[in-house]
Design a protein around this ligand. Sequence first.
Ligand SMILES: [Zn+2]
Length: 395
Amino acid sequence: MIELAEVGLFVVLFAALFVGWVMGRSKSKKKPAAEKKSIPSDYFRGLNHLLNDQHSEAIDAFVDSLEVNSDTFDIHLTLGNLFRKKGEIQKAIHIHQSLLARPEISAREMRMVQLELASDFMSAGLLDRAGRLLLNMASTSRKSEFHPKILSLLVDLYEFEQSWDKAVQIGGELIKDKPSKKEIKRLAHFHCELAQDFHKKEQWKFALQSYKAALEVDSSCVRASIGIADVLDGQNRYRDAIKELKHAVEQDPDFISLIVPKLKDCYQNVWGSSGYIKFLQEQNEKKPATSLIMALAQHYMETDKEYAEMFLVEQLRKHPTLKGFKELINLQLDNEEGYSQQHLEVLYELIDQLVQAKHKYQCRQCGFAGHQLHWQCPSCKNWGTVKPIHGLEGE
Ligand SMILES: [Zn+2]
C-alpha cells in the first residue's frame, strides 16, 4: 500500500512533470524541430520503476531528470522537504546539498535551501552541524526576511538539547524580532526550566530571578508563580508564598489541585486555618473544584461530622465527581456496622481503584493524557498545554 507521504511525493512529481512539459512545449514552439530536446533517459527509468511499484527508485530517477532552474527550484525544495517528512533524511540532505552546489541559484534561494538543510541535519540528529549552519546564517542575515525563521530553528535546537540558557538568549532575540503568543509562552517556560535547575541546586536568588524573568515575558505564566511560591516556602517566607499562590489561582484556576496543598502548608505555618478556609470557600463559590470541596469537607469533619456530610452531598449534587463520591463513602463507613459496612468498604475500594486508574492530566492541544504533569506535552511538544482534568473523572 502506498503511504500518504508517498502519495504526496507523487503529486509533486506529477506537478513537476507537468511544469516540465509546459516549459518544454513553450520552448519547442520557438525552436526548430531539429533542436527539440529529447526526453531524458532518467524520465523513462523513473516511469519504469513506477510501473514496477519501486516507488523510491522512481522518485530518485524523476529527481535526476528534473533540471534545476528558477521554475523548478521550488519543486526541488518541496521534494527535499517531503523526503525529510517521510524520514528519508539522507535523500533530503542530498537534494538540498546538490541545490546549494548549483551556481545559478540566487542568494535568496541559497538562504531558503540552507534553512531546509539545517532542518534536515536536526532531523538526522546532526545537531552540531545544524547549530553551526544556523549560527553562521544568523550572524550574516540580521536584517533579512529569514532571520526570525533562523532564530526559531535555533530555539528548536536548544530546546531539544535542553540548553536552557542558550534557548533563553535566542528566544529573547526572536520575540524582539517577531513576537508571537506561542514563542512568548515557550520562552517563559525556558526561564522556568532554568529556574528549576537553580532551585535544585538551592541557588534561591538565581531561581527567583529566572522565575521573575518568566513572568516579565509572559505575565500569565502560572508555572512561574507556583515556582516562586516554592522558593519562598523553602526560605520559610510563608506570607509571601501565600500571595504568590493566590496570584497563581487568579492566573489559571485550572491548577487549583496543585495549589491547594501548598497553600494549606503555608497557612499552617503562619496564621492557622481561618484564612485558608475563607480562601477555599471564596474560590469554591467562583469555580467549584474537587480539591476545594474535599479540603473544605476535611476541615468541617474536624468539628462537625454531620455538617461535613451534608456539605459534601450538597456539593456533589452541584458538582458530581468520582473523587467526591469516594470521600462521601469514606465518611459513611464510620456510621455503618456489620454487612453494610463491609459492602461500603468494597464499594470504596472499587471507586478508589477507578480513581487511581484515571489519568489526572491532559493536553488541551492534542489530547495526550497521563498521571504526571508535564509542562511540555510529551506528544505535541507544546508548552503549558497539559492541565489537570476537570469534570466527573477529575477535578
Ligand atoms: Zn499535546
